[in-house]
Write a protein that binds this ligand. Structure first.
Ligand code: PLP
Length: 385
């Protein structure tokens, strides 16, 4: 079957796809339909944190699917409650809402911020986000995404968003008005090019929100669930966000999103205000429970930090200067080298990596990767440069 021709015939042509189709995976390796093996440092875009065919995750999903996959939130769902408990006990938040993707969790956070001030009878609704950010593709989250290329042709965009400069506190101060409800930020911008926020900037930004009574919303869709060597990236900074959004890694590949909020904010979502049919279903939360149990095991997170440092050292040895924390790593390529060409060459040589921002190589491997596998990746990468 010529699947590429059929893809062109039957699918929306909204993605630029590589002419490859995978059949199976094992650990950090993928195998295409010709049996060619690839070392995967992209993890389905920072999603498959336990790699492929993880025995516990696979078994849990199989067993749960024989019982109930979905039942709706008209009933109590035990694994959903268990996952919420783990998230609350390991974060600064008090309550959890489940949905199905990153865009949905940010959409919920934006609605929650508006509703919180509505309940307080304050006319505040505007959210400040940052240039280079990425928050999703729904109309509200794409508007929160402060990159004009994502807005083109979708106007009129919803009101209530302003854009400040990342790592520039004065640019935030200039935008704060009586109608400002909060700020939404990625502590390491992912799609924008793996750009970590400065510690001082975040401290000042956080203090500013405390001073002005604004909500501090952290988009941890990509940075959350161990990616940076802590369960949440905010734990690298000395802050306590009011709202945290999650998705990508949380289900280890099964779609799930979540919003964690402080009690007095979460209570604004009374019955009828916000909901999701699929959100937090048996299958997704059973997967998330396994993922969290694995990530919270002794030393797992320390090893992510350690492997991240090892990875950056090895990149340095082949002449690449890396940025990022834990296993969320980027390398800005010089203008004369096109990062997309490196990605293509790497693929031909059995290595899957990604790009981000203007010309940044992106590495977001499964968190279970070993130092030996990192060394193997570096060897292939060296040959591609
Ligand atoms: C991927 C991503 C999103 C969007 O998630 P989807 O599941 O694609 O909707 C939002 N925020 C950040 C930081 C992301 O990396």
């Amino acid at each position: 079957m010529d699947y590429i021709a059929e893809a062109q015939k039957y699918l929306f042509q909204n993605y630029t796809r590589f002419p490859i189709s995978f059949e199976k995976g094992e650990g950090v390796y993928l195998y295409d339909e010709n049996g060619k093996r690839y070392l995967d440092l992209l993890s389905g875009i920072a999603v498959n944190i336990l790699g492929y065919n993880h025995p516990k995750l696979t078994q849990a999903i199989c067993e749960q699917s024989k019982k109930i996959i979905h039942i709706s939130n008209l009933f109590h769902i035990k694994p959903q409650i268990e996952v919420a408990k783990i998230l609350v006990q390991n974060s600064c938040g008090d309550k959890v809402f489940f949905c199905n993707s990153g865009a949905e969790s940010n959409e919920a956070a934006i609605k929650l911020a508006r509703r919180y001030f509505y309940d307080k009878k304050e006319k505040r609704y505007e959210i400040i986000t940052f240039e280079g950010s990425f928050h999703g593709r729904t109309l509200a989250t794409v508007t929160a995404t402060a990159q004009p290329k994502y807005h083109e042709g979708f106007e009129p965009l919803p009101e209530g968003f302003k854009y400040a400069k990342f790592n520039d506190i004065d640019s935030v101060k200039e935008l704060i008005l009586e109608k400002t409800a909060g700020i939404m930020i990625e502590l390491i911008q992912g799609e924008g090019g793996v750009n970590p926020a400065d510690k001082n900037f975040i401290k000042e930004l956080y203090n500013l929100t405390r001073e002005k009574g604004l909500l501090f919303i952290v988009d941890e869709v990509q940075t959350g669930i161990g990616r940076t060597g802590k369960l949440f990236a905010y734990q690298h900074y000395d802050i306590e966000p009011d709202i945290i959004t999650l998705a990508k890694g949380l289900g280890g590949g099964v779609p799930i999103g979540a919003v964690i909020a402080k009690e007095d904010i979460a209570k604004s979502f009374i019955p009828g205000t916000h909901a999701s049919t699929f959100g937090g279903n048996y299958l997704a939360t059973t997967a998330a429970k396994v993922v969290l149990e694995e990530v919270l095991k002794d030393n797992f997170l320390n090893e992510v930090l350690e492997k991240g440092e090892f990875f950056k050292e090895k990149l340095k040895e082949i002449g690449l200067s890396a940025k990022g924390i834990g296993l969320m790593i980027g390398v800005d390529m010089p203008e004369n080298i096109d990062s997309k060409e490196i990605v293509k060459k790497a693929l031909q040589n059995g290595l899957i990596i990604g790009t981000a921002g203007k010309n940044t190589l992106r590495f977001v491997p499964p968190l279970i990767i070993t130092k030996e596998e990192i060394e193997e990746a570096i060897k292939i990468l060296k040959n591609c440069l």
